[in-house]
Design a protein around this ligand. Structure first.
Ligand code: CDP
Length: 226
């Protein structure tokens, strides 16, 4: 299977905490099609390796891909639940220890190949919304609709903290999170690609409903029967 022969694909890319995954999930629900999150797979591969021997500096791609064989994607509504050795791990994927290591793991080509294979498998079954950093370029260059989500770093930090803390964050917390997000943007710069034919949506001043509506409208313009 390759990217050449897939069904209808909506590819949503963008920098850290730009709202890709939550938006992609809602767009998929609205259209009644599947959603697969490539970032969650990079996080799951990192988590799988974390439980085994050796300090992160000594990890090699072979041992990460080996441990990643314990990961499965289990259909759950329009999403895929990620399990590790049969146990659901969605909650653990966003722990700070995983976020701190995932960019390093995602730079390894064999890991990228493993994630891309999983994404192509997900797309083989039917129409899908995929999200990540390189969905509309390296992984699904023929996607029928490509979106690149951007937002001011401070706003991305505010949203991520609101989600994590369940309350309005304080100024000092927003400053620290903005710094952390900017650092991750730098680490991920190499693998973050905006496709030439992507529609750029700046969500700084949009509500989540507004950005979902915009993408659903674009999807219906491209393919009237979704
Ligand atoms: O949601 P957030 O922006 O925090 O990150 P994510 O989508 O969960 O992705 C976690 C990490 O995986 C990113 O920081 C990248 O290092 C990596 N990633 C990637 O390299 N390529 C992708 N297509 C998706 C994620």
């Amino acid at each position: 299977m390759s990217h050449a022969d897939h069904h209808f694909v909506i590819a949503i890319d963008g920098p850290a905490a730009s709202g890709k995954s939550s938006t992609a999930k809602l767009v998929a629900e609205r259209l009644g099609i599947h959603h697969a999150d490539s970032g969650a797979l990079y996080r799951a591969a990192t988590l799988a390796r974390t439980g085994r021997s050796g300090v992160p500096e000594s990890w090699n791609a072979g041992s990460i891909v080996h441990e990643a064989r314990r990961i499965a994607l289990v259909r759950s509504g329009t999403s895929f639940e990620i399990t590790l050795s049969g146990k659901p791990v969605s909650e653990e994927l966003h722990e700070p220890a995983i976020t701190a290591l995932v960019s390093m793991v995602a730079k390894m080509e064999p890991v990228r190949a493993w994630v891309n294979d999983r994404m192509w498998e997900c797309a083989a079954d039917g129409p899908i919304v995929v999200d990540g950093r390189d969905m509309g370029t390296a992984v699904f260059p023929k996607a029928q609709l490509k979106i690149f989500l951007i937002a001011k770093a401070e706003e991305r930090a505010r949203r991520r903290l609101l989600q994590r803390l369940g309350r309005m964050p304080m100024e000092a917390e927003i400053d620290a999170e903005t710094h952390a997000l900017r650092q991750r943007d730098v680490k991920d710069a190499e693998q973050t690609r905006q496709a030439d034919d992507a529609v750029v949506i700046d969500t700084t001043h949009l509500t989540q409903d507004e950005q979902v509506d915009r993408i659903v409208d674009l999807a219906r313009q491209v393919k009237s029967d979704v």
